[in-house]
Design a protein around this ligand. Sequence first.
Ligand code: SAM
Length: 207
Amino acid sequence: MTDQPREHWDRVYTDKAPSEVSWFQSEPRPSLAALARFDVPHTTPFVDIGGGASNLVDALLANGWSDVSVVDIAASALAAAQVRLGEAASSVQWVVADITRWNPPRRYGVWHDRAVFHFLTEPEQQAAYRRALLAGTAPDALVIIATFAPDGPEKCSGLPVQRHDAASLSAALGSEFALLDDWREEHLTPWGAAQKFSWCVFQRASN
Ligand SMILES: C[S@@+](CC[C@H](N)C(=O)[O-])C[C@H]1O[C@@H](n2cnc3c(N)ncnc32)[C@H](O)[C@@H]1O
């Protein structure tokens, strides 16, 4: 991947307030609802891939999650989240990295990705994501991924996306990840446009 995506994303978060982007949610309800379906101890290492300026991290900290990391290609996105969180930002691990080039330093028990994987439209980008996923998840880890659904938008933030359902996402992640559950969600952008999402939860095999 060239540095073009990094520049794109840095500019997005510099030019727009967090609440002006299509993926903004005042509360990260779908992610919290996904987590609530599974009984995961809040001490489990949690990583939000492409977390951007999402307020999921705020909600996790408020709910007692004690080991939270946020990874994003755009330093400007993480800076916006850090300013919003204030002192609480120091209890989060912030990583500026391109997921297709990232070497995770440890293994997480929850891997969460809302609207990032769908930007990886080339097989080699998806393979690189899978390498990071394999290196960055512990045995039995939960992997929660939301992408645009097959009848969702063809672009996000002006970039082409690959839309997924559970079958295509399962195929992309590989046999180490067993599908536990999947469902559809309709996200409303701040200007009221409906976007169809596919949510999938996988569990990594025990060994
Ligand atoms: C549509 S936004 C979603 C942000 C956040 N997950 C949310 O739900 O609010 C996509 C995010 O992925 C980040 N991103 C895009 N490509 C990336 C990559 N290759 N590696 C890491 N982050 C990436 C962007 O900077 C942006 O924050």
